[in-house]
Design a protein around this ligand. Structure first.
Ligand code: FDA
Ligand code: NAD
Length: 430
């Protein structure tokens, strides 16, 4: 049993959605030549909605409202759109092995699907507590958040304990965004993480302090510098408390876990070159096999702005842009330049909203007002006398654009004291 396609996109997440739109815009295939194979039961959607609009107590986002590519204010690709475009959606189908030399994929249903060109867009999976040796972490009120099934489980857990207690494990993106959503749903939150402050991969202690104070003012309790060791459960197997390494018991009606991800590379290990936990690609998003491309969270690609340093980014803008770039490379290889990507991360919680551009390396200079009720503050990272990264909370569209340009241009800094005084003005004057 088998089917043959010219182009196969493996994975049906954000990158897949933006890749097919690019194929359609460029008229790059004939009907029946292009397919998406996805383990998920639904067409590609904007994953960031799962920790934001999807969790709202009222007027929550639901499909088909947030299929790609609405997150970039572009067309909404419903299943009808795929039919009209002659793009095959092979949903609810897991690929269990890949043979790059033979150009075939084997699905869990026993079908062999062959391709001429493959785009790997398998994204990542959430790390599980079991992987850290924590027993009993498969209880019905322990929630992870990577896909729509996880989000539905989280919503029903929230609905089952109005006014109750949630313990959030992890102080990264999922932890911060889910804690805010839980508070909005009137659930009391305790956040537990091993670091000294939240968002340790990006925030400076000063930036983190602002958000932690803000969350505290919303009723969130922080338990920092420790980890959980086990759970207390009732007779039905539901978690009733989280037990920490320092001996404390935290009562819990539900638990949300966000302790990082691993890129889904396993199908290709030993077949394609890997780097930084991802599949290594060149500036055209092409892997070590010329018929295979990799995009999104799974791809480790060269960042020109960082002198060609190979990075694997775990953010939606990178997924969208690498996907489009790969399709342009496939369809017009001679015309397409190497990708020149400016890393861009953002988050929105409560009424707050921040953006970050570039790389958080070097010396940090903070600026702006960290204390007002409508805060507007930020930071520059200065490396080798130039702006390497910039963070801004509460900015306007023009201000965010200005900091992005300052980073892109690697604006020169001669005097750190002056930079602190100038703050946002430096970017705006650029
Ligand atoms: P993505 O994970 O979207 O898709 C991978 C797809 O591959 C899935 O459909 C999966 O089922 C499928 N797949 C994997 N293995 C398979 C196999 N063997 N067979 C078949 N199918 C397979 N970023 C940001 O910049 N701002 C934000 O606000 C947020 N918010 C956010 C919230 C939440 C809850 C999450 C989980 C993530 C974010 N992100 C984010 C990160 C962002 O969503 C992420 O970077 C992109 O979804 C990556 O897109 P990909 O297409 O690479 O992977
Ligand atoms: P993360 O890497 O942002 O944070 C992981 C956190 O796990 C760390 O901050 C740490 O506090 C904690 N941790 C690690 N080991 C632990 C342990 N043993 N016990 C307790 N805590 C531990 O990962 P995440 O928050 O799980 O997010 C998953 C993915 O989703 C990331 O790729 C992220 O980029 C993406 N995401 C992005 C956004 C956004 O960009 N706004 C929003 C949501 C999710």
């Amino acid at each position: 049993m088998g089917r043959a396609f010219v182009y196969v996109i493996l994975g049906g997440g954000v990158a897949a959605g933006y890749a097919v739109l690019e194929f359609a815009r460029r008229g790059g295939y004939s009907r029946g030549e292009l397919c998406i194979i996805s383990e998920e039961a639904v067409a590609p959607y904007e994953r960031p909605a799962l920790s934001k609009g999807y969790l709202l107590p009222e007027g929550a986002a639901r499909l088909p409202g947030f299929h790609t590519c609405v997150g970039a204010n572009d067309e909404l690709l419903t299943t009808k759109w795929y039919k009209e475009q002659g793009i095959e959606l092979v949903l609810g189908t897991k690929v269990i092995s890949a043979d790059v030399r033979r150009k075939t994929l084997l699905t869990g249903t026993g079908e062999t699907i062959s391709y001429k060109t493959l785009i790997i867009a398998t994204g990542a999976r959430a790390l599980k507590l079991q992987e850290f040796g924590i027993q009993g972490s498969d209880a019905s009120n322990i929630c992870y958040l990577r896909n729509i099934d996880d989000a539905d489980k989280l919503v029903s857990a929230m609905k089952s304990c109005p006014g109750g207690n949630a313990v959030v494990i992890g102080g990264g993106y999922i932890g911060m965004e889910c804690a805010a959503a839980l508070v909005t749903n009137k659930i009391r939150v305790t956040m537990v993480f091993p670091e000294k402050h939240c968002m340790g991969r990006l925030f400076t202690p000063k930036i983190a302090e602002f958000y932690e104070n803000y969350y505290t003012s919303k009723g969130v309790t922080f338990v920092k510098g420790t980890v959980l060791t086990s759970f207390e459960k009732d007779t039905t197997g539901k978690v009733t408390a989280v037990i920490l390494k320092d001996g404390r018991h935290l009562p819990a009606d539900m638990v949300v876990v966000g302790i990082g991800i691993r890129a889904n590379t396993s199908l290709f290990e030993g077949q394609l070159m890997m780097e930084n936990g991802g599949i290594k690609v060149n500036g055209q998003l092409q892997t070590s096999d010329s018929s295979v491309y990799a995009v999104g969270d799974v791809a480790a690609f060269p960042i020109k702005l960082f002198d060609g340093d190979i990075r694997r980014l775990e953010h939606v803008d990178s997924a969208r842009r690498t996907a489009r770039h790969a399709v342009a490379s496939i369809l017009e290889p001679s015309k397409n330049k190497d990708i020149d990507y400016l890393p861009f991360f953002y988050s929105r919680v409560f009424t707050l909203s921040w953006q970050f551009y570039g790389d958080n390396v070097g010396e940090v200079v903070h600026f702006g007002d960290f204390t007002s009720s409508s805060p507007r503050f930020g930071a520059y990272w200065v490396n080798k006398g130039r702006i390497a990264g910039a963070f801004l909370e509460g900015g306007s569209r023009e201000e965010y654009e200005a900091i992005s340009i300052a980073v892109r241009r690697k604006a020169m800094v001669t005097n750190m004291g002056e930079l602190e005084k100038q703050g946002l003005a430096l970017a705006i004057q650029e």
